[in-house]
Design a protein around this ligand. Structure first.
Ligand code: COA
Length: 316
């Protein structure tokens, strides 16, 4: 994982917008988030996380067949951040592309990597979840600016007879696409002075509506991966969820009949919502803290813009 050094706490935000540490903690579970400086872009954090992932898995950059970068805040609209990362790593034998599934990007990416591995097409895949949404939030809008932080997480995926992704389940509902979006910069509304005056370059969110979709989507995804593999929730040691709001996760845990503290990994307090990076960062920290052992089953589950959602059932 990689996060910027600069820590922005709720107390810092109290000086920037009309908010309070108490409101943010109670409504979201967040306390701090990391914020990049002006010179840092997605490929920089992706590169730091990727180098660590390659070293940890004893794979050289030249061994990589594929680089997948899940992001909605890449260095540029195009070319893909994955191509910029490929150059930085010197991964000259790898194909590279970005995938856009917002906060669900890592779960979507893992499903794609699983399919490539199972088909035998690729043997060494680097998957990165990276987002720097602090670059696209309106720092005068208290509804959104308190919620996001920057970060990256990377994994190397290889074939294995027993371990790995057992099942992935993905979903989407484009009819709610306008609930969480950046409304200019694409071919629908290019960047014009008019669009900038209307603040369309910033992240727009209908938080209250998304909350309800999120609980439903995450719950449905968990249940589907269990059904499809004929497992029960009791077989699962740890759920590593997208970290968007502790109250969303409380609702999911309650509906699954689980204790949030015992069976979910939470680090939202430290990093807030890092979009596609929340799950790989939480995976890294849960491994470091010994929350996952050989033989354990875990669920990665997410929800995000698109709207998109999904889960992976993973055998460790
Ligand atoms: N500080 C203080 N007050 C704030 C605030 C802030 N940072 N942000 C919003 N408020 C205010 C609102 O203006 C509103 O005031 P009003 O009642 O006078 O209009 C009040 O708090 C309640 O707003 P509401 O939207 O009902 O709060 P909520 O309990 O739904 O929490 C979210 C808001 C955004 C935290 C919550 O809806 C959420 O997390 N939604 C999901 C968002 C998400 O996950 N997005 C990413 C998807 S991956």
């Amino acid at each position: 994982m990689a996060v910027p050094d600069r820590v922005l706490t709720n107390h810092d935000l109290e000086k920037m917008v009309d908010t309070s540490d108490q409101w943010i903690r109670e409504r979201t579970g967040m306390f701090a988030r990391r914020v990049s400086d002006d010179s840092t872009a997605a490929s920089d954090l992706a590169f730091q996380a990727s180098e660590k992932a390659l070293a940890a898995s004893n794979v050289s950059a030249e061994d990589l067949d594929a680089i997948l970068v899940a992001t909605v805040s890449g260095d540029y609209s195009w070319p893909a951040t994955a191509c910029i990362l490929q150059k930085k790593l010197g991964a000259k034998n790898a194909m590279a592309f970005d995938l856009s599934a917002a906060c669900s990007g890592f779960v979507y990416g893992l499903s794609i990597a699983q399919a490539y591995i199972q088909s035998g097409q690729y043997k060494n895949i680097l998957l990165v979840g990276v987002d720097l949404l602090t670059k696209v939030v309106d720092w005068t809008d208290r509804n959104t600016c308190v919620l996001f932080g920057d970060g990256a997480g990377a994994v190397v995926i290889q074939p294995h007879e027993e371990k790995g992704v057992l099942c992935s389940e993905l979903g989407a509902d484009g009819s709610a696409a306008d609930m969480l979006c950046v409304r200019c910069g694409g071919s629908r509304v290019p960047v014009t002075q008019e669009a900038l005056d209307e603040k369309k370059q910033f992240l727009f969110m209908n938080g209250r509506e998304i909350f309800r979709y999120a609980v439903r989507g995450m719950l449905q995804s968990c249940n589907k991966v269990l059904e499809r593999t004929q497992k029960t929730i009791d077989d699962v040691s740890l759920i590593i969820p997208h970290q968007a709001n502790t109250r969303i996760l409380e609702a999911v845990a309650q509906k699954l009949g689980l204790s949030l503290k015992e069976r979910f990994y939470l680090n939202i307090e430290k990093y807030a919502n890092t979009s596609a990076a929340t799950i790989p960062i939480a995976l890294h920290e849960s491994l470091e803290e010994g929350r996952l052992k050989q033989g354990d089953l875990a669920i990665f589950v997410s929800f995000g813009g698109g709207l998109t959602w999904g889960a992976n059932l993973v055998q460790f």
